[in-house]
Design a binder for this molecule. Structure first.
Ligand code: ATP
Length: 612
């Protein structure tokens, strides 16, 4: 029977994931390049072992004191003659000191492990964070941001849980059981070892099974809690919409429905805790009383002393504390393992776009961009760019136009190598971008994207981000060129104004100009402007256009535009439709060609004349 229980226990601890996580955790808990931390781990283990040995030895002093006192009860004469009184006091003090030492050693072990644990958390979090930035754009587009930040949060919690509950609790308790067995064999006999073993196994089996059962209830409680939370946040975020439609009552009812589910689950959680505590107490007390009854019988038969009875009682009660904690430790440990599995699974994810082993740095000589027979699809179902070939001459201003969804922004994604193409070749100054270091490629290209997103930091931080070694004057100069300096100066906090989540405290046009300033500061040899001036009014657009023309001088620039009036001076205009390059030429040539460009141009001219 006990073998079956043991097997089921092992199955529950999920040995395979334990080994896997253990293997992955080892470099963090036993870091190769940190001998100081490894020394701490060893010291902590030694201190914890000492603490457990003292724990098991303490009741022996108690027993000796009791045995001596029972001699005294035979007659005070004995006390005088053998000076037993002093010895008894010494034993009692030794008992007290050993109990204090147990606590001190445990705390020292705890403290020593804390620095190891915190260092492990830091390294694991740093590695995960770096890895997240290395993963490709596709991964980030497909994964919810909330999930990723939770992964980092969980990694921290999981390492703490595993160290606290696994290393500082579970393993020392197992060692304590081993010491206890030796003491029981020395002072008592194998029957006591057997009873204790059965008690511990039954106790653990019950605790683990009940914990497993409770976890399903807890999960329900957590789910309903999350559901209520999501409901509340969503409802409050849509505060105005709720008011517009007068639906406060309905929102409150929906919230209450989630809270009711939470209430039921919470009550069941507390009931189940009651059942768990009672079951544990019954199993343990039966084991302890059996041992005590056996010893009491031994005392009456003259095989044991009263001290033995006291000692078995103290040993068992001492064991109850770590055992009782084990259910909690087990649950936390399981949660930690599950969380860490997620973290390690994430770390196993390979970035879609990788540098080749012999990838070289991009050397921009003149800035010629060449697309040769490029075919590309985001997923296998739909081809987005089809056999696309064009050249941007060094230092030229090339415009990309075409209907929405034609593939214009995709071209910039490919140039940045956020995705690898299916067929063909993209090169800069004759160097195939697939053979280059991504970092060097990206540092040579600057972009003002369609929807500029800013960091929730100051305006200065956001512009300075373009080139981290830029001086304050250079930042102001970039802002001046982007026609945003005057606006910034008017703000009460000036350059120190915080722009809010994703830059939402600024208008679309202000955000766009900060993004332009950031790219001006970067001063890359190749420039991509993806609808860079779309969020601006006509006057500001004209002003910025001049600034952009200025910075585009001597740089190869690829400009994506819907408003054709902004690109009529381009050296070359590429007209894209449904992934195909269908026309190519200057504005005059394309208007004369009477194709898609002409009809787009005429449509916009008509709209303009109607609006004026
Ligand atoms: P717009 O002028 O509206 O910005 P665009 O010409 O820049 O359009 P792209 O953004 O290049 O068009 O998109 C081309 C096609 O690729 C579209 O049909 C779009 O739905 C699809 N697409 C864009 N990004 C992705 C993506 N990450 N995954 C899958 N499909 C995508």
């Amino acid at each position: 029977m006990s073998r079956n229980i043991l097997l089921s226990l092992l199955a529950k601890v999920q040995t395979s994931s334990l080994i896997l996580v253990g293997k992955n955790m080892l470099p963090y808990i036993w870091p190769k390049n940190r001998p100081d931390l490894r020394r701490r781990v060893l010291l902590a283990i030694v201190v914890l072992i000492i603490s457990k040995i003292i724990t098991v030895l303490a009741p022996i002093f108690y027993k000796s004191a009791t045995d001596l006192l029972s001699k005294v009860s035979n007659g005070p004469e004995a006390l005088k003659t053998t000076n037993i009184g002093l010895v008894v006091i010494f034993m009692i003090i030794a008992y007290g000191v050993s109990r204090v030492l147990t606590v001190v050693c445990t705390q020292i072990g705890d403290m020593l492990f804390t620095s190891v644990g915190q260092c492990a958390i830091r390294s694991l979090n740093n590695r995960t964070f770096r890895h997240l930035h290395h993963l490709s754009l596709r991964y980030h587009l497909e994964t919810r941001l909330g999930n990723l930040s939770r992964v980092l949060e969980r990694a921290t919690r999981a390492v703490e849980l595993i160290i606290r509950n696994g290393i500082l609790n579970l393993i020392p308790t197992i060692f304590e059981l081993f010491c206890l067995t030796i003491v029981l064999l020395f002072f008592f006999n194998w029957v006591y070892v057997f009873i204790t073993a059965i008690t511990v196994i039954l106790y653990m089996w019950f605790t683990f099974s009940a914990t497993e059962w409770r976890m399903t209830i807890r999960r329900e409680m957590n789910d309903s809690d999350t559901e209520a939370n999501i409901k509340a946040v969503d409802s409050l975020l849509n505060f105005e919409t709720v008011k517009y439609f007068g639906n406060e009552e309905m929102e409150a009812r929906l919230f209450d429905r989630s809270m009711k589910r939470y209430e039921r689950a919470a009550v069941r959680t507390y009931y189940s805790l009651g059942i768990l505590n009672t079951g544990q107490a019954i199993i343990f007390t039966v084991g302890m009383t059996s041992c005590m009854a056996l010893t009491a019988h031994g005392v009456t038969m003259g095989n044991h002393t009263v001290g033995d009875l006291v000692m078995i009682n103290a040993l068992m009660i001492q064991l109850y504390i770590p055992l009782n904690f084990m259910g909690f430790a087990y649950r936390e440990l399981r949660q930690g393992l599950v969380d860490l599995e997620t973290v390690f699974a994430l770390l196993e994810q390979h970035p879609e776009i990788k540098d080749l082993p012999n990838a070289s740095d991009l050397e921009v000589r003149q800035g010629e961009i060449k697309f040769e027979h490029v075919t590309f699809s985001y997923d296998t179902e739909r081809v987005v760019l089809k056999d696309l070939s064009f050249v941007c001459e060094p230092g030229s201003f090339v415009a990309l136009v075409g209907p929405s969804g034609a593939g214009k922004s995709t071209i910039s994604n490919i140039l940045f190598r956020f995705y690898d193409i299916t067929e063909g070749e993209v090169s800069i100054d004759g160097q195939n971008i697939a053979n280059l270091q991504q970092k060097s490629l990206r540092s040579a290209i600057g972009i003002v994207p369609q929807n500029a997103v800013l960091f929730n930091d100051t305006i200065f931080y956001n512009i300075h981000y373009g080139r981290l070694d830029a001086t304050d004057e250079e930042v102001c100069e970039a802002a001046r060129l982007a026609q945003i300096n005057d606006f910034i100066q008017q703000l009460p906090e000036g350059y120190n104004t915080v722009v809010g989540e994703r830059g939402l405290k600024l208008s679309g046009g202000e955000k766009q100009r900060i993004a332009i300033a950031r790219t001006i500061l970067k001063a890359p040899p190749i420039l991509i402007l993806d609808e860079a001036t779309s969020a601006l009014d006509s006057q500001t657009e004209k002003d910025i256009q001049n600034a952009l023309d200025e910075i585009a001088k001597g740089r190869t620039s690829l400009v994506i535009a819907h408003r054709l009036s902004t690109i009529i001076h381009a050296d070359k205009i590429l007209v894209l439709d449904n992934g195909y390059l269908i026309e190519e030429g200057t504005h005059a040539e394309l208007v004369a060609a009477d194709g898609l460009y002409t009809s787009l141009w005429n449509q916009q001219q008509n709209l303009n004349s109607k609006s004026t």
